[in-house]
Design a protein around this ligand. Structure first.
Ligand code: AMP
Length: 414
């Protein structure tokens, strides 16, 4: 039997209903702050991610689904959506709009990672981006919005880690300092960290290797090297979060998986998840638009994983499906009347279902009960309809044209 590809899953109706709740909350919380929805293509030019995410990142090196489009052009299923949004910002001349341009998305991403609980090869991200503002209020607002979303969804055991990566100049000077430090301790580092000193020294902070961890205790920290402007920007972000009552831990070793971050970076984790504890995170990416050949344009944003939010929210309750009217058949000749009635009911704004399985009348009533139908119209011979109120159990015969008005009146006599 053919099965869904490894690392992918079907979203069955119950789970689709939970996701609708997430989407409604996203729309409400981000919409209230002026963020508007955007949807970009599922695949993009490979170069967008190579440049925008960074050649040295795990994502670009190991995790992209890349293919030739048949015409010699390399395309990639999007592993993340910030670079595509920046591409869209440039392509549609959004720098001419009032800044910042505030956008949100809810779309699937693709990464060829080893599947485990909370880690899939196709997964869904909700995210928000504010492009065109360097104000610390933007960073703080985005963090607060993500905190609000996690709160509204009942995501359990969240912790927020916060740091600042400074500007590219500070960062590259710091990188050199860190590389020197790592080289000086080369013998004590893990093979993997050692092999990546040149390409991605910051990854050393992420290592699980004991020797490496011991070395990193004394490693220089970027937070201690921020220039005055960046330090001031970060202080303001923190003051705004403090005022907003958002609790965070300063984590000078916070490394985000993507290369393009500058200044503020953050990550929410949840104790309710296993090893894949990252629920959502983001940061400022003031250099990204320029990397994509645009004018210097600041930006900041976050992404959160839908599956991980749902896992960490445990049993997010979705409203039960509701059926106003179930149209049952007592005699086969009534089928056209029944069909018309169901259709007219839907046109009148009711949720109406029709018997489609050839059940006995008893079976139909049982089914109507199972799907929690509020009313059942039993269509008999010559178009006679018996309307049954499933709440009170009352039933009465009615001409077919009276059925919908009666339901719309809530059953009261005309
Ligand atoms: P990132 O773009 O790596 O910062 O990821 C943002 C969020 O997306 C993470 O916090 C996770 O919640 C989610 N995420 C990332 N990769 C995966 C994956 N392979 N499977 C499921 N969720 C993921």
């Amino acid at each position: 039997m053919i099965q869904a590809p490894r690392g992918t899953f079907d979203i069955l109706p119950e789970s689709a209903a939970q996701r609708r709740v997430v989407e409604e909350q996203v729309e409400k919380i981000l919409g209230a702050a002026g963020y508007r929805r955007i949807e970009t293509p599922t695949f993009e030019a490979t170069e967008l991610f190579a440049r925008g995410v960074g050649e040295a990142t795990d994502i670009v090196q190991k995790e992209m689904y890349t293919f030739d489009d048949g015409g010699g052009r390399s395309l990639t299923l999007r592993p993340e959506i910030t670079a595509p949004i920046c591409r869209a910002y440039l392509e549609h001349g959004m720098h001419k709009l009032a800044q910042p341009v505030k956008l949100w998305y809810l779309s699937s991403c693709f990464r060829a990672e080893a599947p485990q609980r909370g880690r899939y090869r196709q997964f869904w991200q909700v995210g928000a981006e504010a492009i065109g503002s360097s104000a610390p209020e933007t960073d703080a607002e985005l963090i607060v919005l993500l905190a609000d979303l996690l709160g509204a969804l009942g995501v359990k055991g969240t912790r927020l880690r916060l740091s600042s990566l400074g500007t590219p100049e500070t960062r590259s000077a710091y990188r050199e300092e860190l590389k020197d430090f790592l080289r000086a301790h080369e013998a004590e580092l893990s093979e993997e960290v050692r092999s990546r000193i040149e390409l991605n020294p910051l990854r050393a902070f992420d290592s699980d290797d004991r020797g490496t961890r011991a070395v990193m205790q004394d490693a220089p920290l970027l937070l201690d090297r921020l220039d005055e402007d960046d330090a001031e920007h970060f202080a303001q972000v923190r003051a705004l979060l403090d005022d907003a009552g958002v609790r965070y831990e300063l984590d000078p070793t916070l490394v985000r998986g993507l290369d393009y971050y500058t200044r503020t970076v953050w990550e929410f984790t949840s104790d309710a998840l296993g090893s894949q504890s990252g629920v959502g995170g983001g940061g400022r990416y003031d250099g990204l638009i320029e990397l994509l050949d645009g004018p210097p344009t600041p930006g900041v944003g976050w992404a959160a994983g839908i599956e991980r939010m749902l896992l960490a929210a445990h049993d997010l309750a979705a409203p039960a499906d509701f059926v106003d009217l179930y149209v049952a058949l007592a005699a086969p000749e009534g089928n056209r009347t029944a069909f018309d009635l169901a259709r007219a009911a839907r046109r009148a704004g009711l949720q109406a279902q029709l018997e489609l399985a050839g059940r006995s009348l008893k079976g139909q009533l049982k089914h109507a009960d199972r799907i929690h139908a509020r009313w059942v119209a039993i269509v008999g011979e010559n178009g006679v309809v018996t309307l049954k109120d499933m709440e009170s159990g009352d039933q009465r015969d009615a001409p077919v044209q009276n059925v919908i008005p009666t339901i719309l009146r809530g059953g009261a006599a005309a």
